[in-house]
Write a new protein. Structure first.
Length: 230
């Protein structure tokens, strides 16, 4: 009788923290900002601060500066780049929340609402909310991507499953951009953490704001649109 295959032995000892630094491409963050800006052009003038082209144009100028000032691959800290990125992300976030508030006011004060236009506006606001908070999480966790790529991580703001289960390989795993984007997606759909827990006060505050914006968008606006379409 053949011997049963034995599972591989578990790795010994706790995972190292911080894990060794590793370079990371910056293009996913830039592409995400670009998509978020493009979504704002889909909103009607009544839902934007000023003409519909004004805020996205300012954001586009900041993004152009970010393209010029940032290397293709992050391999060190870039304080000026990080300040520019955080300013750009904050501007897109503020513009998106403004659009949500304006849409809520419009719903309250107008009864003859065109359902298709309302539905597409709600989808654009929700998608922007999902994308922009993925950027927030990526930029703020452990001191930002610059500190993470050099291995000088600050205390973690998010607890990923790979950080607690020694059976998951590789043992020197560290989160990348798409890990944070996934956290933003699950938080925007479940309105709460799923497999990744917030640890710091700022992480909890960010996830709370994102969940609230998502809940209002899906619960109030999309539901109203479906009612109008029906």
């Amino acid at each position: 009788m053949a011997e049963e295959a034995q599972p591989p032995p578990l790795a010994q000892g706790p995972r190292p923290y911080p894990p060794p630094g590793a370079s990371e491409p910056f293009w996913p963050g830039q592409a995400t900002v670009l998509v978020a800006i493009a979504l704002q052009f889909l909103l009607p003038d009544r839902l934007t601060a000023g003409p519909s082209w004004l805020v996205p144009s300012v954001e586009g100028l900041l993004l152009a500066g970010l393209f010029i000032s940032t290397p293709n691959v992050l391999d060190d800290e870039h304080p000026r780049r990080r300040r520019l990125t955080l300013s750009l992300v904050a501007l897109v976030s503020a513009a998106n929340i403004y659009s949500l508030v304006a849409l809520c006011k419009y719903l309250i004060h107008h009864t003859g609402v065109h359902g298709t236009s309302l539905l597409f506006s709600g989808i654009a606001i929700w998608l922007t909310n999902f994308l922009i908070f993925g950027l927030w999480f990526w930029e703020l966790d452990r001191g930002g991507p610059g500190k993470r790529v050099t291995g000088r991580d600050l205390p973690p703001d998010f607890l990923f499953p790979q950080m607690t289960d020694d059976r998951i390989e590789p043992r020197n795993w560290r989160p990348r951009f798409f890990d944070y984007l996934y956290v933003a997606l699950t938080n925007a759909t479940a309105f709460s953490p799923t497999d990744t827990m917030p640890l710091s006060a700022k992480a909890k505050a960010m996830m709370g704001v994102q969940a609230l914006v998502s809940l209002v968008t899906l619960g109030l606006i999309v539901a109203r649109a479906v009612n109008v379409l029906g």
